[in-house]
Design a protein around this ligand. Structure first.
Ligand SMILES: [Zn+2]
Length: 333
């Protein structure tokens, strides 16, 4: 897809390197999440039966992690812990892990850092993550790519022209969920949004979100749709509901990456859950029309001022309470 070739976010719908390497399987029993239990369950490899036996829990989904050959400097249990923690962050945001079973394949490449990721559900939910061989714990703790890919699991596949909602949600949810989990500061979140959201604004020749498949409109135009929807749902429900409630309802209704739905169906379920038809109305406005958004005014109403690395929050701003609610820790919201 066009967006993948020009984006650092590799979100393809097919394995690019499937079966290219002989895999060896490592096994790691995961800790129980507060909302969801995540455990590995594949039978031990005859070569690498080194990790604790799986501890299946009845209600939990299965997180099945395998490591392709190619030595990483960090141990496999450390990487499995990182994957599990990321899955727990997504489970906390959605109230449950979005699929019952997920295969995660860890690949290695030259260099360091988290290099790329992809998710697909062609034959059950599966995620691939490529790590530089010298990846460090610090880099894993700063990573956003894995959370972005995990967020993809939590929305149905939709027709090609709506790809912006898939990438926009993954971009938005990664940022919000990591902030709510305390992995990212509020200042960092708004610096990120201040950098990215302008890239989602319509440019000359734009024909609306469904008809303008550029990188900026796909990732950040989609994320901007999510932010606008989140703010409006909270305004119209006097703070009782937010986009998170709509997204939780879609997942609860079976709307995950393993199914293909008309976009309208997902939006309607989300709207019903929050009691106001914000998603359907906003989609109607933005799908075929280049809607300009006054981000400076929105930032002002939310009480956010970004100057270089400095972020100043104004808690007297009219939408300051909404800004705080969007990023409130799960236990506070
Ligand atoms: Zn993506």
């Amino acid at each position: 897809m066009a967006s993948d070739s020009i984006s650092p976010m590799r979100c393809v719908r097919a394995w690019m390197l499937a079966a290219a390497v002989a895999s060896v399987l490592a096994h790691h029993a995961a800790a129980q999440a507060n909302a969801t239990a995540l455990v590995t369950a594949r039978a031990p490899s005859e070569f690498f039966d080194l990790f604790p036996s799986p501890r299946p829990l009845p209600a939990g989904p299965t997180l099945d992690i395998s490591f392709a050959s190619g030595a990483l400097e960090l141990s496999e249990p450390v990487i499995a812990d990182w994957i599990t923690a990321s899955a727990r962050t997504i489970a906390a945001f959605y109230g449950r892990f979005p699929v019952d079973r997920l295969e995660v394949r860890v690949l290695s490449a030259e260099g360091s850092g988290v290099r790329s990721g992809s998710a697909n559900a062609d034959a059950g939910a599966a995620l691939k993550i490529t790590l530089g061989r010298a990846v460090t714990r610090g880099q894993l703790s700063q990573d956003w790519i894995l959370l972005h890919e995990l967020a993809h699991l939590a929305f149905p596949e939709v027709d090609r022209q709506h790809h912006w909602i898939e990438e926009g949600l993954a971009t938005y949810v990664e940022a919000i969920a990591s902030t709510k989990a305390g992995r990212r500061t509020e200042a960092d979140l708004w610096r990120w949004f201040d950098w990215g959201m302008p890239k989602g604004l319509p440019q000359s020749g734009d024909r609306g979100l469904d008809h303008t498949p550029t990188w900026g409109r796909t990732y950040w135009g989609g994320a901007m749709f999510c932010l606008l929807a989140d703010v409006e749902i909270r305004e119209r429900t006097q703070g009782r509901r937010g986009l998170q409630d709509a997204l939780r309802a879609i997942v609860a209704a079976g709307g995950n990456m393993e199914v293909h739905w008309p976009l309208d169906r997902a939006l309607s379920i989300g709207d019903a859950a929050v009691g106001v038809p914000v998603l359907t109305e906003l989609y109607g406005k933005m799908k075929a029309t280049p809607v300009d958004v006054d981000l400076a005014s929105l930032w002002q109403r939310l009480g956010v001022a970004v100057n270089g690395n400095q972020v100043v929050f104004n808690d007297d701003a009219p939408l300051a309470a909404i800004r705080r609610a969007i990023t409130a820790r799960e236990s506070e919201s």
